[in-house]
Design a protein around this ligand. Structure first.
Ligand code: HEC
Ligand code: HEC
Length: 313
């Protein structure tokens, strides 16, 4: 078939010579810029195949002359991170809270490491940000059942509370109602008394006659742990009763229920789960949620000698 190319009158472009029923096809050339990009792409692909891993083979793939491997890079990044962190963890394990607080990098490292572990292991019970839930104390405030210095918090985390660990916090409130240690009437009276010494008295308006009767029972049965004025005793994990913050709820019925049942919360021990540096990071994170307490001043026996020029012995 004879194909005749010609210049199209209207566009001035050459035709391909194909013609269907008098309709001719223009042979419009590709724009130059497009062609150059096209050739450059082919060239780039070939260069890439040579340099980088590219083609799948039966047993493996073409490795490329650069020997690049994302898997190897991730592994080396991870081990670099691990060794960079090892130094931080080792520093953390040795530092006192004052030293951690004075070292912005170390403090941020501890806080971040603690936050991530807290999210995985503690949030289920203590709530996001340590907001607490009934039976699970708020950690983000400055009210502590067992103590709020860094050492106190670390101890609680390591051994737990009524956890079965030999060093755990142990003490337990008696179940005055269930075990019939007090008559229901006495429990009602001591409930009114507890309300009358707490900051909930404005909210709950205690019956003062009953509270006066309950005062004696309180001093005989409760003061040993909760203190004569209801200030609480951290050594025994007895919460303060003079504020308006309640682990088991602050209604009259809920307060009475705890006196009847003497519930004691269980906090797991984490000693075998986390190394000391991770426990310290957790403690720093909890401490910094808002309620950490300064270390007590050193006992007099540990205080440095008053005069640096003390005579040698
Ligand atoms: C299974 C639930 C549970 C988990 C998980 C848990 N806790 Fe607790 N935690 C408790 C309970 C319950 C108490 C209060 C015990 C009591 O009644 O004295 C408590 C108490 C505490 C206290 C003492 C608060 C105070 O006022 O003295 C600290 C600190 C604490 N938890 C930190 C943590 C950290 C950090 C983690 C994560 C490693 C964690 N807890 C995981 C249940 C839990
Ligand atoms: C052996 C020590 C002990 C004695 C005695 C004791 N308590 Fe307690 N009490 C505790 C402990 C420990 C808790 C905290 C339980 C927990 O953390 O799960 C507690 C908790 C409470 C609470 C709940 C506080 C809150 O924040 O929700 C109330 C109310 C209370 N006691 C009242 C009394 C009264 C009233 C008596 C006397 C009739 C009494 N307790 C005797 C140890 C004691």
């Amino acid at each position: 078939m004879a194909e005749k190319t010609e210049i199209d009158d209207v566009s001035g472009t050459q035709t391909t010579g194909h013609e269907w029923d008098g309709v001719k096809e223009l042979d419009t050339p590709l724009p130059r810029w497009w062609l150059y990009i096209f050739y450059a792409s082919i060239l780039a692909a070939i260069v890439y195949w040579v340099l980088m891993p590219a083609w799948p083979l039966v047993n493996g793939y073409t490795k490329g002359v650069l020997g690049w491997s994302d898997r190897a890079n991730v592994a080396s990044d991870l081990s670099a991170l691990r060794s960079a962190r090892a130094a931080d963890f080792a520093r953390l394990e040795r530092a006192s809270y004052a030293e951690i607080a004075a070292d912005a990098d170390l403090r941020e490292f501890a806080r971040a490491a603690g936050e991530s572990v807290f999210g995985d292991y503690c949030r289920t019970c203590h709530g996001a940000g340590g907001a607490g839930a009934p039976g699970y104390p708020v950690l983000a405030d400055d009210v502590w059942i067992w103590g709020g210095t860094l050492a106190d918090i670390e101890r609680t985390i390591a051994y737990g509370i009524r956890s079965g660990h030999p060093s755990a916090h142990l003490s337990q409130m008696p179940a005055f109602g269930r075990d019939a240690l007090l008559a229901p009437q006495q429990i009602g009276d001591v409930t009114e008394y507890v309300i009358s010494i707490s900051a909930a008295r404005t909210r709950l308006a205690p019956n003062m006659g009953a509270a006066r009767r309950g005062a004696t029972t309180y001093q005989e049965q409760c003061a040993l742990c909760h203190g004569p004025t209801g200030a609480g005793d951290r050594a025994q994990g007895a919460p303060s009763l003079d504020d308006d913050l309640w682990l088991y709820g602050g209604s009259r019925a809920e307060i009475r229920r705890q006196i009847e049942l003497g519930r004691g919360g269980v906090m797991p021990a984490w000693e075998s789960r986390f190394d000391p540096a991770t426990r310290r990071a957790l403690a720093v994170y909890v401490y910094e949620m808002g309620g950490g307490e300064p270390d007590p001043p050193p006992a007099p026996a540990e205080a440095p000698a008053a005069t640096p020029m003390a005579a040698p012995q």
